[in-house]
Write a protein that binds this ligand. Structure first.
Ligand code: ADP
Ligand code: MG
Length: 732
């Protein structure tokens, strides 16, 4: 692509910068309020006009009280769903599940059927409840041989059924879990649901044990809540397809950094470009219809980077909704002439994308367990929960690191231009000072005010006012929730959520035992909690770090503190293979050892395969794009040198450029061949291959990327056919 073509592309986009779409409106064409059409594509049995009042009550009991679903009720429910979906124009249904690929999978069936020679629409209870997709082509890590490929999807009625629209029709999506014939979880959702149940039960018990309220009304449940901020890049669709590396692997494998990128810090929260705004608005309309409460939208730090965040929800619903958000953004982007990049590091030299997992727990009285309050007793509960989370990170930080490991996130964590992959916890100065005081058996005082035991109402204010924004911490307390920031933008958030829930459940479970024992001994609840706060914080304070998590100093300091620093996916995955570090997961029943082994195999294999794709793409692009452009330039220079010689001019500059280009071309060719032969001799897709990739092949490919960047900056613009960062990040 020459500059002229680029200019034309740019002009073209500016000429028709925005796509208009149908904003939901009433019969008179007046726009509807969001609240008027929110959730219109989600099945709500309460609104069904073919279910009776009693039916609705029975269904509610089944859902909220975990009662068994009878065949009769399932039939009625299926019929109500069918009636609703077909009235809205749906023709097909699919079980929608999340296999170990990390994305979602579906297989569509038509409602349409022939019965007794007559055409009818049908959705039976068994079709609603269970499906049997041909599971052989999903990754299973050796847990099932392909000839015994039975996998079952089963309806997860904790997550709503929804309708997905395309230009020409609608499909009913039934959220399901995916398990093997023997009941082994083959998906991400099943362990997530198990971890939520465990944490929720353990936390409910904890709340009841330490409850000192007058009324003593029992806590019925504790809900795990989550909200995922999602970062992404948008690039022009035309330019995207000109970059094989983006098409094949979602990131540029090389690219010269533009003179201006993010150093002026003017993109973050800046005005959203019109064409992008049109995209965001259409995404939001689609999400609202699907019952996803999209809340914030803004520019992110890097040029071409943006963010969307919904209002938080129950954790498993939030996990499903994050999948819906990603899929919606990708399909709407195409309509606007964009491609939405969810990769963690699409471009070198500028920020990558994350998915901040905001996480908390809420009791059945509606109180957030991580919200400091003005009641001293509940503040002990609050501080104890925070201390337990510190201990959870202390015990299981390596597992959390593993939970977010992946080839894409390796460029955000532990790589040369990324923060280190050490899992630490940010509490902010106030909370840290309070814990420090506790661990020394003192009361925290600020400006001479000894308030912890007296005027605890100040705590709420203090904590809120003083949880400053620390963007460099992988796991930060942000006022009334924790924010797990190290999660990758493309990740299925179900995995880190599962590990986080389990880590906290593990510690809380131990504390429940301690509390029960000390209550039996006649101790006061407040004293018990104070003891827990003191002991847990003392034990785990080494994972607390409020400074700059991106600094070299922290890496050195963390090593002194003995914190693990698992730099690459290959390093991190070894944790799943270690039964001792996983004991808490099997003990809680979140994963069986067999399921962990499956996940280990699948993730190692996927890491290797993704890198293989990248390396092959790189080799190809070097041969077909980079070398030809550089050689053509060499030819031009050589011709120019010859011509100048003939007329007796010394072509000194031409000569020096030619020599430099030539050196780079030779080096690149040699490295390309080396990479190619390493690929050929790699053997099995096992941990050995993963380690070789991480330690030898990645550094080689990065060296090649540097050489290519040099060529990009020095070969004539006219000859450089690939879109550059300039094109992809600034043409909008
Ligand atoms: P911030 O600037 O604090 O990161 P954002 O609005 O960007 O705020 O994102 C905060 C995210 O955290 C939102 O998705 C929000 O719904 C979510 N959130 C807020 N409170 C809770 C909570 N109690 N539990 C889980 N998530 C929460
Ligand atoms: Mg945030």
């Amino acid at each position: 692509m020459t500059r002229k073509v680029r200019a034309a592309a740019k002009l073209n986009n500016y000429k028709s910068p925005t796509r208009t779409f149908d904003v939901p409106s009433d019969v008179n064409g007046n726009p509807l309020r969001v609240s008027e059409y929110f959730g219109e594509s989600v099945f709500d049995y309460q609104k069904s006009d073919i279910l009776t009042k009693q039916d609705k009550k029975d269904i509610q009991d089944i859902i909220s009280k975990n009662k068994d679903l009878t065949k009769d009720m399932a039939d009625k429910f299926a019929n109500a769903v069918l009636n609703w979906a077909t009235a809205k124009g749906a023709t097909h249904f699919t079980h929608w599940f999340q296999p170990l690929t990390g994305s979602t999978a579906e297989k569509h069936d038509a409602f349409f059927s022939i019965e007794n020679g007559q055409p009818v629409e049908r959705l039976s209870a068994s079709q609603l409840i269970q499906g049997e997709p041909d599971a052989s082509s999903f990754p299973h890590g050796g847990s099932r041989s392909t000839f015994e490929a039975r996998g079952y999807t089963s309806w997860d009625f904790s997550s709503p059924i929804f309708l997905r629209s395309n230009e020409n029709g609608k499909t009913l999506c039934i959220p399901t879990a995916f398990v093997s014939y023997h009941g082994e979880a083959l998906d991400i959702k099943t362990p997530l649901l198990r971890s939520i149940t465990q944490l929720s039960n353990i936390a409910t018990k904890f709340c009841n044990l330490v409850d000192k309220s007058e009324k003593k009304e029992d806590f019925e449940y504790v809900e795990v809540t989550a909200g995922c901020e999602q970062e992404y890049f948008l690039v022009d669709k035309g330019l995207f397809f000109e970059r094989p590396d983006l098409v094949m692997g979602g990131r540029t494998l090389f690219g010269a950094i533009t003179s201006r990128n993010q150093q002026l810090e003017d993109h973050y929260f800046g005005t959203v470009p019109d064409r992008v705004m049109a995209f965001m608005q259409e995404v939001e309309v689609e999400l609202y219809k699907l019952g996803v409460p999209a809340k914030t939208r803004h520019n992110e730090v890097a040029p071409g980077q943006f963010e969307i965040a919904p209002i938080f929800n129950r954790a498993n619903v939030a996990a499903d909704q994050n999948q819906i958000i990603m899929a919606t953004m990708q399909s709407v982007a195409i309509r606007h002439g964009f491609v939405c990049l969810l990769h963690e590091k699409p471009f070198g030299g500028i920020n990558g994308s994350g998915k901040h997992l905001n996480w908390s727990m809420s009791d059945s009285r509606g109180k957030n367990l991580l919200e400091p309050t003005d009641n001293p007793h509940t503040n002990y509960r609050f501080l104890a929960v925070v201390a337990m989370i510190c201990e959870a990170i202390n015990r299981h930080g390596a597992n959390l690191r593993t939970a977010i490991a992946g080839h894409g996130n390796d460029h955000r964590l532990g790589a040369n231009e990324a923060p280190p992959s050490i899992i630490s916890i940010f509490l902010g100065d106030t909370l840290t000072a309070i814990f420090e005081a506790y661990s020394k058996g003192e009361n925290y005082s600020k400006e001479g005010e000894d308030f912890l035991d007296l005027r605890a109402d100040q705590l709420a204010r203090l904590v809120k006012d003083n949880t400053d924004r620390n963007r460099t911490s992988p796991f930060a307390f942000t006022g009334n929730k924790f924010e797990f920031r190290a999660v990758g933008s493309s990740a299925n958030v179900g995995i880190p959520m599962t590990i986080l829930n389990s880590a906290v459940a593990d510690v809380m479970n131990d504390m429940n035992v301690r509390i029960e024992k000390e209550l039996d001994e006649g101790k006061e609840v407040d004293d018990i909690l104070k003891g827990i706060i003191k002991d847990l914080y003392t034990n785990s304070s080494k994972v607390v770090f409020n400074g700059d998590g991106y600094s070299k100093d922290w890496e050195i300091e963390a090593e002194k503190r003995g914190l693990p620093n698992l730099r690459t996916t290959a390093d991190a995955l070894s944790v799943i293979a270690d039964p001792k570090s996983n004991e808490f997961l099997t003990k809680l029943g979140v994963y069986t050892s067999a399921e962990l082994e499956t996940r280990y195999n699948v993730r190692v294999e996927r890491y290797v395969k993704h890198r293989q794709i990248e390396f092959n793409t790189l080799i190809n692009m070097v041969n077909k794009d980079i070398l030809p452009a550089a050689i053509e330039y060499k030819k031009q220079l050589a011709e120019s040198i010859n011509m100048q010689k003939q007329v007796g001019v010394e072509a000194k500059v031409d000569m020096s450029i030619l020599k430099e280009i030539n050196e780079k071309v030779e080096a690149l060719k040699a490295d390309n061949e080396k990479l190619d032969s390493m690929l050929e001799t790699m053997g099995e897709e096992d941990i050995k291959a993963a380690e070789k990739i991480a330690k030898e092949m990645m550094p080689l490919s990065e060296k090649m990327a540097d050489t290519i960047a040099y060529l990009e900056e020095n070969v004539s613009e006219e000859l450089w056919s690939l879109p550059t960062y300039y094109d992809m990040l600034f043409i909008r």
